[in-house]
Design a protein around this ligand. Structure first.
Ligand code: NOJ
Length: 959
């Protein structure tokens, strides 16, 4: 029988400590030991040592790579030749080179290895892995822009030892190819902007047989060549050392941006130590980094090896097309001018060092000169952001997990009760039957169809999680088919690879195999994924792939994929292959279904923007993490993947009310706007939050919905020319050096909206930096801020997110609150006009059905609004197609219901009407105008009521 004894003092103390421990959120920290540092990664360590040796030797160092002059030929825009590497033992290694000059103005440099191309190598351990260097990254990534320039020519002026090519727009670009040591300099208008192998760090670790000898018999340190062990896993490395590396210098450039995904500042830091710098290079090796840390070069879930270098009025860039593990060192060196050269500025060069474990050197060089040019050219190569369905840019409500179908319906009803708009509710892992994807838990989700039908009543959608690990279980049709059809990833011995993930023992679908795509498509069909309806969309998580018992939380590098490619070669593109398969599957769900797929991904590579949205993974409910989301989302935008967001509220822990509402005020500016929370957190749907914070959150979400026309137009712009949807300061003002490192405020595309969310606790104002001397108006009350090159303090009480509108814009809005974006389809528009110094303004609007691909056949409205000489006009900038007329007919009743013009001339006080002239109307009509005078410091404004001009029509409003 149990006896109750008085608790000893120590036990009481212990319980007290435990109790306090439970009340305070545990501080989370990444497990460094789970992820390699450069020092622990053989090829990174070797290449850093190579760089150190070169720098120690200084001018005595000479890169052992020469372009054989006899091998060089130039034809049809392509220069080809052989680079010869001379080894320490005087062996000559042939490395075929091609430099293609592209019609777009980009140049592409490819270096391969002759022996490997011929398959003339011996594999160790009887491995059946492919002998070539992986050359198929482009198959997954590049979709266009490879047309070779017809006008590129050999420059007759080349000095001996150099081959120069003139190319690019009007032949303004020049590539100076130095033969010995091999290197290339890229010039624009006679000035050098990019240098390859300038520091002599080019390194192609050629294939060589393993010779058994004692350590001291080798001239080189071979300790990391043949086998590497990490986290209890030994990598058999059947081809030995095979890394490729190259230095890329940007002379005169002091800022570099891009290479997501890292939780770091927008302007990338130096990586060779020193105050405020990193110790390790930026790493790109898609990984499930649990409890990731901030201000870090550690790898995260996605990788885009695109870097932009920026200096006053010039942006250039490079794209390193390699899917293997990659590290990038960044060093800046500043040369101060001779003190006697009055007025000269010091000059900073940014030197980068790109190191990949395997594959080829395959590098694109972009010479700008503007950030927009880079976005455009890079987008031609890798594809532009998909134009998403309208619902996808509304608000997404997620948590791990909504536990039953009744739970989902209740959440849905509560949003309506509290009049908070939302478009999508999400189901995480636990909706499945025992973590078997494409099934529903029969006890908790007995009626998935009924649940989806309920959502559909208000045009809402459901997104469910489908991961690439397939539970290894008998009688589970997906597992059985995966095995019987041989579509799984194999281990190094050619057997189905078995690892540990959410369902326990799992196998991974190998989406490098075209047959896997065909099979994956069958799984998504309505008759296979029973219980799914047309308003169900997909979340692909854990696709790095995350493997709980694997090295670096992923698969062993010697695993084999279709084509016998080692996982080492393809790792970073792995997630994208799944997305391609899912995209195709969603298109083919039902014959004749023509709606745009929506897929959220955690892992990505260049090209993922064509098929998915991304989010920044498992962040934390802290102010620091809130602040970190801004540079992360901005970086993704300039790296060509702008449909980006972060878990609103923070994934781990429970945010307090202030943090949560500030997070919503920030989250409405993420192109992908979704709240999400870990399974151990408390419920935090906006309606559960007590007042006044509930209202703050609701107001923020309504603001997102009000501006959906501007957001959709921004997405359209991104989908045709690759521009970021939210943009950093340097991108908008490439001439303003003071703005280059700013990454805590953003612009919504070209709308003129400038936002600086509050990301600090107890903070009630924001210092917004303004570059130019236009007037900026507070979005809510038109307070005027003016003054270039300085910060302006904008009040930010808890209910307010600081937003300014630059003078000179016309912003389309929809001001009627609705339950979902679908229900706003036929609502009328409001146009808000701010004037620039010349009393002019401009803006655009793009509209389509928000759902199908009919826009590709002209079913859309694209207008430019102009305000000039006191006349507001709407002009058609679309291209007509077979479906234009029909679409315009459906939109005939959608009009402009209000025009707000800020800061009008004072003489308009007496004005009572404006004249409205719509194309095709027999007579002009009038609409009423009201003048609202404001106190000093705030601009007055006028409101035109019901001009009722058609949104798809050509018209003029004369003030
Ligand atoms: C990891 C994802 O990052 C997270 O968002 C999700 O909730 C869990 N997987 C469970 O599926």
């Amino acid at each position: 029988m149990a006896r109750s004894l008085p608790a000893p003092r120590w036990a009481m103390l212990l319980s007290l400590v435990l109790l306090i421990g439970c009340m305070v959120a545990p501080s989370l920290a990444v497990k460094h030991k789970d992820f390699k540092t450069c020092e622990q990664s053989g090829f990174c360590k070797r290449n850093r040592a190579f760089a150190d040796n070169a720098s120690t030797q200084g001018s005595l160092w000479s890169s052992p790579y020469e372009l054989d002059p006899a091998s060089i030929h130039f034809k049809d825009g392509i220069l080809a030749g052989d680079i010869v590497k001379t080894t320490a033992t005087n062996e000559k290694v042939q490395l075929p080179l091609t430099v293609s000059f592209l019609e777009s103005g980009a140049a592409r440099i490819v270096v391969d290895e002759e022996k490997r191309l011929r398959g003339d190598i011996e594999m160790r351990h009887g491995s059946s892995a492919n002998k070539k260097r992986y050359d198929e990254t482009e198959k997954w990534v590049i979709v266009g822009g490879l047309e070779v320039s017809k006008s590129a020519t050999l420059d007759a002026q080349s000095e001996t030892g150099f081959t120069n090519i003139l190319y690019g727009p009007d032949g303004k670009f020049r590539a100076i190819v130095r033969h010995a040591p091999f290197g290339i300099e890229f010039q624009r208008d006679g000035q050098t902007h990019v240098q390859l192998n300038h520091q002599g760090l080019l390194n192609v670790e050629h294939w060589r047989p393993k010779v058994d000898r004692k350590d001291d018999e080798s001239a080189e340190d071979e300790s990391t060549w043949w086998e590497e062990t990490f986290g209890g896993n030994t990598d058999s490395k059947p081809r030995g050392p095979e890394s490729v590396a190259l230095d890329v210098t940007f002379p005169g450039y002091s800022h570099v941006f891009g290479i997501p995904e890292h939780a770091d500042s927008l302007s990338l830091k130096e990586t060779r130590g020193g105050s405020g710098n990193h110790e390790d290079p930026y790493r790109l090796y898609n990984s499930d980094v649990f409890e990731y840390e901030l201000q870090s070069p550690m790898t995260l879930y996605g990788a885009i090896p695109l870097m932009q270098a920026h200096r006053k009025n010039s942006t250039v860039g490079i794209f390193w097309l390699n899917a293997a593990e990659t590290w990038i060192d960044i060093v800046k060196s500043t040369v101060s001018p001779n003190p006697l050269s009055l007025g000269a500025h010091s000059k900073t060069d940014t030197k980068t060092h790109w190191i990949s474990e395997s594959g080829r050197i395959d590098l694109f060089v972009f010479l700008g000169p503007s950030p927009n040019d880079i976005s455009k050219t890079y987008g031609e190569l890798t594809g532009y952001t998909q134009l998403p369905q309208q619902f996808a840019i509304g608000y997404h409500q997620c948590r791990w997990n909504y536990v039953t179908d009744e739970d989902v319906k209740e959440v849905n009803a509560k949003f309506d009760k509290y009049q908070i708009p939302y478009d999508v509710i999400w189901l995480d892992l636990e909706y499945t039957d025992d973590r078997k994807y494409f099934t529903w838990d029969p006890l908790t989700f007995p009626d998935p169809k009924g649940m989806q039908q309920k959502l559909d009543e208000t045009e809402r959608k459901l997104v469910v999680l489908i991961d690439p690990h397939i539970k290894n279980a008998d009688k589970y049709f997906v597992s059985e088919e995966l095995r019987s059809k041989n579509l799984a990833v194999l281990n190094k011995d050619g057997e189905i690879y078995d690892g540990w993930c959410w369902p326990g023992s799992s196998n991974w679908v190998d989406c490098f195999n075209p047959a896997a795509h065909a099979w994956w498509a069958t799984l998504h069909k309505f008759d296979k994924f029973k219980g799914s309806l047309q308003n169900l969309f997909i979340w692909n998580d854990m696709n790095e792939p995350s493997v709980f018992n694997g090295p670096d939380m992923t698969m062993p590098k010697d695993n084999l994929h279709y084509g016998n490619w080692e996982h080492r070669d393809v790792h970073n593109v792995n997630g994208l292959t799944l997305l391609n398969a899912t995209y195709k599957a969603m298109l083919e769900r039902k014959k004749g279904e023509v709606r745009r797929p929506f897929i959220l991904t955690r892992s990505y590579y260049a090209g993922a923007q064509r098929v998915s949205a991304m989010w920044t993974g498992d962040n934390q409910a802290t102010w620091d993490h809130l602040g970190a989301t801004l540079p992360m989302v901005l970086t993704n935008g300039i790296a060509g993947f702008p449909f980006a967001g972060a878990d609103v509220g923070g994934f781990f822990h429970n945010p307090d009310k202030e943090l949560l509402s500030r997070w919503y005020q920030t989250g409405i500016w993420y192109p992908f706007f979704r709240a999400h929370a870990h399974i151990d957190t408390r419920r935090r749907e906006p309606y559960l939050i007590s007042e006044p914070h509930r209202s703050y959150i609701a107001q923020a979400i309504r603001l997102r919905y009000q501006l959906l026309p501007a957001w959709y137009t921004a997405f359209h712009e991104a989908s045709v020319n690759g521009t970021p949807i939210v943009r950093p300061q340097y991108y908008m003002f490439p001439e303003d050096e003071q703005g280059f490192a700013i990454d805590d405020q953003l612009y919504l595309a070209s709308t003129g909206l400038l936002v600086k969310p509050v990301v600090q606790e107890n903070t009630y104002s924001a210092d917004v930096y303004i570059s130019d001397d236009e007037k900026y108006y507070d979005y809510f009350d038109f307070t005027v801020y003016q003054g270039a090159g300085k910060r302006h303090t904008v009040p930010a009480p808890e209910e307010k997110v600081p937003i300014l509108i630059q003078g000179g814009h016309i912003i389309p809005r929809k001001d009627r609150p609705r339950r979902s974006s679908g229900l706003m389809r036929w609502d009328p528009y409001t146009l808000v006009i701010t004037l620039n110094k010349n009393s002019e303004a401009e803006g655009t609007l793009y509209v389509d059905d928000g759902e199908t691909f009919d826009y590709e056949r002209g079913a859309y409205i694209h207008r430019r609004f102009n305000y000039r000489g006191s006349v507001l006009s709407s002009e058609d900038i679309g291209v007509k197609g077979p479906k234009t007329a029909e679409y315009l007919k459906t939109m005939a009743g959608v009009t402009v219901e209000r025009v707000v013009l800020v800061d009008p001339p004072a003489e308009w006080k007496a004005k009572k009407t404006v004249t409205v002239i719509e194309d095709g109307a027999k007579v002009a009509s009038t609409a009423s105008l009201e003048y609202y005078e404001q106190e000093a410091g705030k601009a007055s404004y006028v409101v035109v009521k019901k001009p009722s001009v058609g949104i798809g029509k050509t018209w003029r409003i004369e003030f």
